[in-house]
Ligand binder design. Structure first.
Ligand code: AMP
Ligand code: MN
Ligand code: MN
Ligand code: MN
Length: 291
């Protein structure tokens, strides 16, 4: 287990733990630097920060995972170390909230057309106060016994290219990076190998990230292969990028993820150093070495 985790979700988006519970679980798992990075919302940050302040030696990083478009493809961009009070977030998040609500309606309509019951109310209820997404539809399908697992819901109905994978006019990568930079954060491409891009395409993505003023790439996360981890570290080195890592934790029920758990690695250009410049070398070594 690593002593840090820079990619996690709470009930503010599609995670199952409340922000306070997430922070406490992470601490119990040995995490001493945690970023909350909910999809397209900052709503959980103040609660998580408050909970972290009550735990001895716990560092909290304000984060977000922004859905955006690059060359017609959906990309996830992490904003880490952002100032959640930056005024520019207001309108941007409102736009994303509207997009997600409209998309949810469209997902429900498309599924009904394919003969499924109308799942909009169930999905909304699963999302609660949080930002609605496809996992809330997956949960609704499991609850109605239309599928056995959320994974099956994605495989059959919601995953890439399926009927419930509804396109939306997400903001561009450039605008997402611009927002994160204006808010004083670091802009990092999340889980680069999960977009089914070739490495040539990934290099082009990284070039555009840098051109937009972005900072780095996630290199370690559950599911990354040893070869991909090595290739991502090499890519980051060549392009002089910062590197980040996290569990992408959503729920204790997802057995393949755990807070602070992702393949170990070490890199001089680790974003953790920039995020916590006040921490000593010893602290940093402990946080990374235990991964
Ligand atoms: P959305 O933000 O509505 O586009 O939904 C994306 C979220 O759905 C991701 O952050 C994951 O939590 C989940 N997800 C996406 N693809 C899959 C998949 N193939 N299997 C399981 N969960 C997935
Ligand atoms: Mn998610
Ligand atoms: Mn993601
Ligand atoms: Mn994520």
């Amino acid at each position: 287990m690593a002593g840090y985790d820079l990619h996690t979700h709470s009930t503010a988006s599609d995670g199952s733990l409340e922000p306070e519970a997430l922070v406490r679980e992470a601490y119990a798992a040995g995490v001493r630097c945690l970023a909350l990075t909910d999809h397209d919302t900052l709503a959980g940050l103040s609660r998580a920060r408050q909970a972290a302040s009550e735990l001895d030696g716990m560092h909290f990083i304000d984060g977000v995972e922004l859905t955006c478009l690059w060359n017609g493809r959906v990309i996830h961009l992490l904003g880490l170390g952002i100032d959640p009070d930056f005024a520019g977030f207001g309108g941007y998040m409102e736009q994303l909230n509207n997009l997600r609500n409209e998309r949810a309606e469209e997902i429900a309509r498309k599924l009904v057309k394919k003969g499924l019951p109308d799942l909009l109310a169930d999905a909304r209820s699963n999302a609660g106060q949080g930002q609605i997404g496809r996992p809330h539809f997956a949960q609704a399908m499991v609850e109605r016994r239309l599928v056995l697992t959320p994974q099956q819901a994605f495989d059959n109905w919601l995953g890439q290219g399926k009927v419930g994978d509804v396109k939306a006019c997400w903001p561009t990568l450039e605008s997402a990076v611009g927002l994160v930079k204006q808010a004083g954060g670091f802009a990092v491409i999340a889980h680069p190998t999960k977009y089914n891009f070739t490495f040539t395409r990934l290099r082009a993505l990284v070039d555009d990230l840098l051109a937009a003023g972005g900072d780095g790439v996630e290199v370690s996360y559950p599911g990354v292969t040893p070869n991909h981890l090595r290739d991502l570290l090499l890519l980051a080195k060549r392009k002089v990028l910062s590197v980040s890592a996290g569990s992408d934790f959503h729920s204790p029920e997802q057995r393949w993820t755990a807070l602070g758990r992702f393949p170990p690695f070490s890199a001089a250009a680790h974003l953790l150093r920039s995020l916590l410049p006040e921490c000593t070398e010893e602290w940093w070594y402990d946080a990374v070495a235990n991964a």
